[in-house]
Ligand binder design. Structure first.
Ligand SMILES: [Zn+2]
Length: 196
């Protein structure tokens, strides 16, 4: 009986969430290069639109709060220290996304990364997305998936948290969708993120 009630309540909650999306604000910190910002506004809006397309099914939306300039010394993120150094720029209550010209893989320096969800070692609790200027349109959504409750990768083709998104809109499975909902409500409850 309790199980059934819980099921009905959780279904009702899922329905309510799908009806009224929670909108989270994103601030893009875009590194400068000698010839201007490393990406343009169209790059950012295309990736945000892709994230909105993917997360709409789960009642989460993203809005652009601001695009701010990041110093040229951050354009090439090579080391763990370089990633940590970004935490001095964080804005409160929003998802901070740093967009840099290049992003080195710190575990295998022969490789570069398209994006990463990074936990600062110098400010415990601070975490943010770092996106490379070579990131395809779905990379921001994948990193937001990490930010919002799903740190692990999934092997299933077509899953947002896999490395094989397929040709359709990438999805989250039921467990991932539940973790997403829990993470969002936790962030809002703790005032780490504010809904728009
Ligand atoms: Zn990942």
């Amino acid at each position: 009986m309790v199980g059934l009630l819980t099921l009905l309540l959780s279904r009702g909650f899922a329905h309510a969430v799908a009806q009224t999306p929670v909108t989270l604000a994103v601030v893009f910190h875009v590194a400068r290069a000698p010839d201007g910002p490393v990406v343009d506004a169209a790059f950012l809006s295309e990736r945000l639109a892709r994230a909105n397309q993917i997360f709409a099914a789960y009642g989460v939306a993203f809005s652009l709060r601001a695009t701010v300039a990041l110093g040229a010394e951050h354009a090439a993120v090579e080391t763990r220290d370089d990633r940590d150094a970004l935490d001095s720029q964080l804005e409160r209550g929003v998802i901070n996304c740093f967009v840099v010209r290049s992003l080195r893989d710190v575990d295998d320096p022969t490789q570069v990364r398209r994006g990463v969800h990074w936990h600062s070692r110098t400010h415990p609790g601070a975490h943010y997305v770092i996106l490379s200027s070579i990131a395809a349109s779905g990379v921001l959504a994948h990193e937001l998936g990490h930010f919002l409750g799903n740190p692990e990768h999934d092997q299933a083709a077509g899953n947002l948290m896999s490395y094989d998104w397929g040709t359709e809109l990438p999805v989250l499975n039921a467990t991932q969708a539940r973790r997403l909902a829990q993470a969002v409500s936790g962030y809002l409850r703790r005032h780490e993120l504010q809904a728009e």
